[in-house]
Design a protein around this ligand. Sequence first.
Ligand code: ATP
Length: 326
Amino acid sequence: MSILHGKITAEQLTKFILYGEWLIFSTWWIGDGLSSLMQSVGASEKVFQLMDSLPSDQFLAQGKHIWQFLRLKLPKLRGHIEFVNVSFHYPSRATVPVLKNLNVSVHPNEVVAIVGLSGSGKSTLVNLLLRLYEPTSGQILIDGLPLKDLNIKWLRQRVGYVGQEPRLFRMDVSSNIRYGCVRRITQEDVEWAAKQAYAHDFILSLPNGYQTIVDDDLLSGGQKQRIAIARAVLRDPNILILDEATSALDAESEHNVKGVLRAVRNDRKTQRAVIIIAHRLSTIQAADRIVVMDGGQIVEMGDHIELLTKNGMYARLTKRQADAVA
Ligand SMILES: Nc1ncnc2c1ncn2[C@@H]1O[C@H](COP(=O)(O)OP(=O)(O)OP(=O)(O)O)[C@@H](O)[C@H]1O
């Protein structure tokens, strides 16, 4: 009507409708954006709370208090480990004792194997040594000093750990081996570690050798384990802990662990305290000492021949595995 009466032009009306539409949409977007903003503010409060929270004491390298700055760093770790009357239960199961008055020591350059039935407390022992948990009573000494007084970051840099299920990342083999190593590493160092872990030959047979990207189905369980062993060895740890995979009770796993034992034995340069949690008993016959655990306690200790002669639990476990293989 206004156009017909010449009050506005068609162009002005079109502009008016378009601007009106833009105004409605813009208001709607502002409302939508504001509600998203409010949601993000609420969510970010939780994120910042998490970022501000401090890890518990057993994960703190150096705390904020002056006495924590003074926490001890020994000039060199020899790798003498002592468990003195250690008892432990997991916080979530306070009524179930997992370790009971445990006394055991590992000397520098000694290879100690821990064996026992599933659930006897082998991995828990290592968890305490890595200070992932605190003993309920008793104490752990490293080179004669209480574990809880040592700078935990310094200690963990000197401990190599290969878990039951090694974690590899989607990057090349060489980077996977270097992962987490704080000192300067050359390609020769990487290859040296791979040779120690009996991984060098199979790595060279991969499409791009050390530059091959690790994909989900590229490597077998045993090959992943060997790369994880190379990663641990590259750090040149004073204490090396191997948790043999329960699921990998195969010849390849046995070959890997035996290989590491042989490397530790033959190369004086690489001697270190080694703790092996073994499920396959034939793997650890060459260990200096075998510790047999049952129900959170040590029931036998000695070398392979001594324990077989004792005709106790170790002899029974060995016979059971030999029968299962036959
Ligand atoms: N995080 C946890 N919380 C509560 N209980 C746990 C935890 N981890 C282990 N346990 C319990 O502690 C006991 C010892 O477990 P541990 O893993 O040390 O045994 P293991 O000898 O290493 O067994 P395996 O040979 O199967 O690895 C088991 O009864 C187990 O159920």
